[in-house]
Design a protein around this ligand. Structure first.
Ligand code: ADP
Length: 260
């Protein structure tokens, strides 16, 4: 966490529960991320990590508990939610804009250049004039080391470069919270480092992040806190030293042993 970060909660999750049919994939999840913090979620496949990120970003609806972003309950789509805080699409848009997400797959538009991919959301969603959108997009593409690839199409870029475009696209929208979901899992091993280096820099600059990763040495280096999810619950949480050097449960020890 950057020393000048003010530490107010950006996201507060309480008692979160989510089922797909009879499959209860999140239960009683409590988690807070404060401004400037980097929190990493680790855990076995199927433990609910992605679903948790997707609930925060409104890609999934939770059915128990609450998620507050910057003090505002995320709520449910009026048409689908089971009750309590129901919101129209119009109300949800500014809430959704508080977060940005980068996925395992890059989801760039194949027919648009690097620059156009990053400008798109700025123009269409943020309603920025084109010249300003271009300036912001050029800035962020420079920051991720792609200032020389502005006019390239995604197919002309390596996987690592495409993922760096994905990161530039997300941060250009100035989210309060960046959600990273296994962003290096689809990359060849030799391309992982360049993407993690970009994330590391953003973390050092105070970007608030919630990161799902299987890169344990990265998690240890970059995180203020690490949480271990298992069976839809958070079963351990603490600073990297506590989680990696003094794991308290057999489940966590067994999980970490796979990465030795
Ligand atoms: P993780 O990210 O930890 O691998 P996920 O959040 O992807 O875990 O998945 C948690 C559980 O939810 C798994 O059992 C998975 O099969 C299930 N699941 C995830 N998405 C869906 C979906 N859209 N429909 C039905 N089941 C899903």
């Amino acid at each position: 966490m950057r020393p000048d970060a003010d530490g107010r909660p950006v996201v507060e999750i309480r008692g979160l529960g989510k089922s797909f049919g009879t499959n209860r994939v999140l239960q009683g999840v409590d988690l807070e991320v404060r401004a400037g913090e980097v929190v990493t979620i680790i855990g076995p496949s199927g433990s609910g990590k992605t679903t948790l990120l997707r609930c925060i970003n409104l890609l999934e609806l939770y059915d128990e508990g609450s998620i507050r972003l910057d003090g505002v309950e995320v709520g449910y789509r009026a048409s689908e939610g089971p009750g309590r805080v129901r919101r129209s699409e119009r109300e949800l848009a500014p809430i959704r804009a508080k977060t940005g997400m980068v996925f395992q797959m890059f989801y760039l538009f194949p027919h648009l250049t690097t620059l156009q991919n990053v400008m798109l959301g700025l123009v269409k969603v943020r309603k920025k004039p084109k010249a300003e959108a271009r300036r912001i997009a050029e800035h962020w593409l420079g920051r991720v080391g792609l200032g020389h690839k502005l006019d390239s199409l995604p197919a002309q870029l390596s996987g690592g470069q495409q993922q760096r475009v994905g990161i530039a696209r997300a941060v250009a929208m100035e989210p309060m919270l960046l959600l990273l979901d296994e962003i290096t899992s689809a990359l060849d091993p030799e391309l992982v480092g360049e993407v993690l280096a970009v994330v590391h820099e953003l973390a050092d600059e105070g970007m608030t992040m919630l990161v799902v990763t299987h890169e344990m040495s990265f998690a240890r280096e970059v995180s203020d806190r690490v949480v271990f999810m298992d069976g839809g619950r958070i079963t351990a949480a603490g600073p990297p030293s506590k989680i990696f050097d003094r794991p308290e449960s057999d489940r966590l020890r067994t999980f970490l042993a796979r990465f030795d």
